[in-house]
Design a protein. Structure first.
Length: 364
């Protein structure tokens, strides 16, 4: 098996037969010859050369993937995954702590489609099992979660799901395929927001799904109807970014570990959430299923400090709504982050997100 670094650099690269260039050429055409073509090439058909290059690289990076599909955002990948794999009458169990945009999508759109859902009481396999009923078709998990970095045991979850014939989805955005490969544990479909670490430079929006040929073919049909395809230019940019993913994540993992350890010792920090710390609730499981603990570190500043003033006083670190960039960025999930704004006050409290919580995305 090739090293992740090698896959990241080489896999999927389009040969430049015309000029001998090292990089994949950019083929921006959205219109293609119609006569004598083996297939009908069109952005929404997911068969542009630059779309395929990204899909092939991501498929190889998520070891165990048969096929992959690239989208215009993480939410395009998520919504297409949900609506292609679930139908009226089905029930899905969501792990507590999944991305708030995913939860919001389900709250806004499932009832009119006749799909039901439950959110587990806590982020563990036992409480997910409690939500399963006779109509349950699928389980949706995310590990580590954002912003509280909760870890769920993927192997245990999959063994339960398989015993009941349930389809499993995972959002692998926070971990990245460098740190965690859920398909190796038998998860059916891996989803990513490429807007985060995969893009990594804060200049591209995208999403990726990796899974079986069957799942990806189904999603391709739906994407063709829903339209969430990514243009060739962004695919080219994303491919450029993925070439350095392994080396970026290696550095980010080390920086995050160092920062988490130092924050853990800091007198004005009352709590640190990082799966790499031995004090983390599921450090052992994280160590087993992850090769690195990732770039997200959350912590609580002491009560006497105000989260807004704290953010204004930073010199280098940029308070920002997104994550996964080269720069270290942070925000207060409680206040106004794009993710938590959509939750009700009660949901925020239940989620464990306090006024003192700071979510940090560690850079290179
Ligand atoms: C950002 C994010 C998404 C959604 O991705 P978009 O590219 O913003 O649509 C999904 N899951 C997680 C964990 C994220 O951080």
């Amino acid at each position: 098996m090739q090293a992740k670094e090698t896959i990241a650099v080489h896999r999927g690269t389009i040969k430049d037969e015309m000029h001998g260039g090292i990089l994949s050429p950019l083929f921006p055409s959205s219109s293609h010859k119609h006569l004598d073509m083996a297939e009908d090439v069109y952005p929404r058909h997911a068969n542009l050369a630059n779309q395929r290059a990204v899909a092939e690289k991501m498929c190889a990076l998520e070891s165990g993937g048969e096929a992959a599909l690239v989208f215009s955002s993480g939410m395009a990948a998520f919504s297409t995954a949900m609506l292609s794999h679930l139908k009226s009458g089905d029930h899905i169990v969501l792990q507590n702590g999944v991305y708030s945009g995913a939860l919001k999508f389900i709250q806004n759109h499932f009832s009119k489609l006749g799909i039901t859902y439950s959110v587990s009481k806590s982020c563990d396999v036992e409480s997910i099992i409690k939500c399963v009923n006779s109509n349950t078709r699928a389980i949706y998990i995310e590990t580590p979660t954002n912003p509280l970095l909760k870890i769920i045991d993927i192997e245990l979850l999959v063994s339960f799901a398989k015993s009941k014939g349930l389809f499993t989805f995972i959002d692998n955005t926070v971990a990245t395929p460098i740190n965690q490969n859920p398909l190796e544990y038998g998860v059916d479909l891996v989803l990513h927001s490429a807007t985060k670490f995969l893009g990594g430079h804060g200049d591209v929006s995208g999403g990726v799904a990796v899974g079986s040929e069957e799942s990806i073919a189904l999603m391709t049909d739906y994407m063709n109807d829903f339209g969430g395809c990514l243009n060739a230019q962004s695919c080219h940019l994303l491919e450029r970014s993925l070439r350095t993913l392994a080396i970026r994540m290696d550095k980010i993992n080390r920086n995050a570990m160092e920062l988490a350890s130092r924050l853990n010792e800091h007198p004005n920090v009352t709590k640190v959430y990082y799966p790499g710390l031995p004090s983390h609730h599921n450090h052992k499981v994280a160590g087993e299923q992850m090769r690195g603990f990732g770039g997200m570190v959350s912590f609580e500043i002491a009560e006497r400090f105000d989260a807004t003033s704290f953010q204004r006083k930073l010199n280098l670190i940029i308070p920002s709504n997104s994550l996964g960039d080269l720069e270290t960025t942070l925000n207060s999930p409680y206040q106004a982050s794009s993710s938590f704004r959509s939750l009700s006050a009660e949901e925020q409290k239940k989620s464990g997100v306090t006024t003192q919580l700071i979510r940090m995305s560690v850079g290179i």
